[in-house]
Design a protein around this ligand. Structure first.
Ligand code: GLA
Length: 498
């Protein structure tokens, strides 16, 4: 839970840097891409969702010119000097953060030294964008602490530039965009040419998304990622020359590979002599069309067809784009023919990493056992599985100020008066008890109509005949959930304004 992560980073901060007073907290997620692979850098449509696996940072200015970075799973402090930021390029860990700092300084930010503790729950090298989550959380921490005005889309772009220029991975915008703009329970249909986007609910009926990790680390810089990009750039040049040969004026040729339709491709294929380039171009153009169909299919609730398109997409990236490898192929193959798994495909950059699977929620354990066993038989590797929850994008996390509540021995009925630390009193009316995650919460609304504070308290059962007591709730995620459930239940009785 988010609350445990905040506790952990605070503890490590105190151990590493000392006093934690005034710490601020930020989070940015990893992502899963549902469909639309290796086409973000060709101006295509992609369909990623942010995960609840994320990177959380606790940060506070240190009065120096250095970013001092520690992590809950690493020993030592990694330093990047803001006045000599390029030297941080050689850092084994911390170079993504330094790359983002450099981008922000180039955009005019006056950064100062910061102490930061990172906790990354996105598994490294798993194709779930741990690097984008680190970039985005660093970007949001630096801009919020140093009074920035960048919005999350600009932060995503800064993260992408950092990864391209500072870290040498020629990635597209998808991962950073998903990490910046994710929305709970939704995927993002993103047009990578224009950055127009729409949120689409991921409604899977009786199914959940299960990520199956091959445990084969992919490292984009070392993989064939940049080679694939070069191949499709060559493909674009050939398609443009083909258009000209067919009578299109040079100034009017298409600018992105994904601007060509499947019909254009069939017509111009004869101009692509190199069969490898032809396969790469075919993948890109057909995958782009497939994303649009898949999103319509999901919106229409046709999950079987959606699953079918996921499988098709996998075979395209496997045989035409050749960006999977033995481990991913074995994991995909292991999930075929199971009637409780209606769709499966590799996700992310490929060459290792994870598959994403649509699995009936009553068969999650069967899925793990069967797929894990088959995968082990073919590769000798243990698979790891995560049931995937779709969360929000990069944000600051606020600790709810403790309200020193004066409610001892107070019965939660009728009007109760709460006072804060300054002794200011406010009257609330107890309106509901909500059960969430096995715990009961009391919801209180202010009596004064001009006041819009809502108080949510955790109900603790009294032990040994004692009265029950009511505790303040600090976890913003819990507050949000409880309030959402309450809103849904009470929508006929109260008017909620955003
Ligand atoms: C990596 C890159 C993304 C995208 C995917 C493949 O995750 O960072 O930009 O190209 O691979 O779809």
């Amino acid at each position: 839970m988010q609350q445990d992560k905040l506790k952990k980073v605070t503890e490590v901060f105190e151990k590493t840097f000392g006093n934690a007073d005034g710490l601020r907290y930020f989070a940015a997620p990893g992502r899963v891409n549902l469909i639309g692979e290796h086409i973000d850098y060709c101006g295509g449509y992609v369909f990623p969702a942010a995960l609840t696996l994320d990177t959380v940072v606790a940060a506070k200015p240190n009065g120096t010119r250095k970013l001092r970075m520690a992590a809950t799973t690493l020993d030592g402090i990694y330093e990047a000097d803001l006045d000599d930021i390029d030297s941080a390029q050689s850092l084994k860990w911390g170079n993504y953060q330094a790359g983002v700092a450099k981008e922000l300084m180039q955009a005019g930010y006056k950064l100062e030294g910061l102490d930061m503790v990172y906790m990354v729950t996105v598994p490294f090298g798993s194709g779930l964008s741990s690097s984008a989550s680190i970039e985005l959380v660093t970007g949001i921490a630096l801009t919020k602490i140093f009074n920035g005005t960048m919005d999350n889309i600009e932060l995503a772009q800064a993260g992408q530039r950092a990864e391209n220029k500072f870290c040498g991975v020629n990635c597209g915008i998808m991962d950073q965009f998903a990490s910046a703009m994710g929305k709970e329970d939704h995927a993002i249909m993103l047009n990578c040419a224009t950055l127009e986007y729409q949120y689409v609910p991921v409604s899977l009926g009786d199914n959940v998304l299960v990520l199956a990790n091959t445990n084969k680390k992919h490292k984009l810089g070392e993989s064939k990622y940049n080679e694939r990009r070069a191949e499709v750039e060559e493909g674009l040049k050939i398609m443009q020359a083909a258009e000209i040969a067919e009578g299109v004026a040079p100034g009017n040729v298409k600018k992105d590979l994904c601007s060509y339709s499947v019909e254009d491709f069939k017509k111009l294929l004869k101009y692509i002599e190199n069969p490898t380039i032809a396969k790469r171009v075919e993948h890109v153009i057909c995958e782009n069309a497939r994303v649009k169909t898949a999103v319509d299919t999901l919106k229409a609730g046709d999950l079987n067809k959606f699953g079918e398109l996921l499988r098709e997409a996998n075979q395209s990236i496997r045989y035409l784009y050749e960006a999977t490898g033995d481990e991913l192929d074995a994991m995909f193959d292991a999930a075929q023919g199971l009637d409780y798994c209606i769709g499966s495909r590799m996700t992310g950059g490929g060459f290792g990493g994870c598959t994403v699977n649509i699995v009936n929620k009553n068969h999650i354990e069967d899925f793990k056992e069967t797929v894990g066993k088959k995968y082990f038989e073919s590769t000798g590797n243990e698979a790891l599985f995560y049931v995937c929850e779709i969360g929000d994008g990069a944000r600051e996390i606020f600790l709810k100020e403790e309200i020193a509540m004066n409610i001892e021995n107070e019965e939660l009925d009728g009007i109760i008066i709460l006072s804060d630390e300054e002794g200011n009193e406010e009257s609330f009316e107890f309106v509901d008890i909500i059960e969430y995650d096995g715990i009961e919460y009391a919801v209180l609304l202010p009596v004064d109509e001009n006041d819009n504070d809502v108080v949510i308290l955790q109900v603790e059962d009294g032990k040994d005949g004692e009265d029950e007591s009511y505790l303040g709730v600090e976890d913003p995620e819990v507050l949000k959930k409880v309030f959402e459930i309450f809103k849904e239940r009470a929508k006929d009785d109260f008017e909620f304004v955003d």
